[in-house]
Design a protein around this ligand. Sequence first.
Ligand code: CA
Length: 380
Amino acid sequence: MEERRVVAGVFGRLARVVALVAAAGIALSGCSAGTADVENAAPAASAEAPPAPASVEWKLVTTWPKNLPALGTAPERLAQSLDAMSGGRFQVRVYAAGELVPAFEVFDAVAEGSAEMGHGAAYYWRGKAPVAAVFATAPFGMSAQEMNGWLHYGGGLELWRELYAPFGVMPFAAGNTGVQMAGWFNKEINSLADLNGLKMRIPGFGGEVLQRAGGVAVAMPGSEIFTALQTGVIDATEWVGPYNDLALGLQDIAQFYYYPGWHEPGPTLEALVNRDAFDALPADLQAMLETACRAINQDMLDEFTARNARALKALVEEHGVAVRRLPDDVLARFQELSEAVVREAATDDLSRRILDSYYGFLAEARQYHAISEQAYLNAR
Ligand code: CA
């Protein structure tokens, strides 16, 4: 409860700042207009009450199990901040996976308008467009910091919106987990040969890379992972990182916890918005939605940064989990395959432009990160 109050407090303060800035803008523009038009001032308008500002009630469907920390609570926080910023005019009701639609039908629900909004990850929609997954993550691709730079200052968001436009869906970045863990295994992975026939839950391009390296990739939403691993339907799974994995209870059914998350080095979560519903919003609620998504995008990364380390300690010290690094030959093989697998998604002009933009930005960002982020972490 304490945590909820803190979060509500942060968003409450954010909402008050937005309201103050908006009020200041109105006051200033009113002031200058008044000065310019003072000689032509018309008689005061009649004392009719202004029309009540528009208010909306939206449904938000998610791909996440109910109350899953960070991934599942982010859309709840988004709804709270929209409520606070709008003075109650923008109401969003959040549904966990399966409450209104199953996890993997979130995109269609938003496209059809049966829900105005969704929250998930773009690699769940490879069936719509194979290239969509890069807007979540790419194996050996961008970190969280690089994704945020590309999306908001490198042209990525515009390309993402162009990709989803034919479906009537408008995406916003709305969360990031940071570098994930490679996953949970019931047997040790000592070399590339240990991947042969290994059935692993792993989505997106990472799954395709695993296939080429000899494994079998299985796609399933978070709610099904525990049972699938426990009953041997799969031999291994990746999920997120210590904080989320602890919440899912994966330490109870697998012993080895591998790193690094080569397949998801900084995955972006997305808010999906029905385009017609967005266009029908008054301009101030559109601006609040944009701002709230931007805030939750950063907030989730902050939460993972704060909680993953403590959760890892608990996994090791209280649950006896064995933490292991993937062997060099496994990582080298994954890296060798990764960009080629992703580039296969370039099937038309738009997907080629998306991938050229993604890898162009990554190459540039890495040149600087080599002497900043990476050099700093290596120097300590
Ligand atoms: Ca994952």
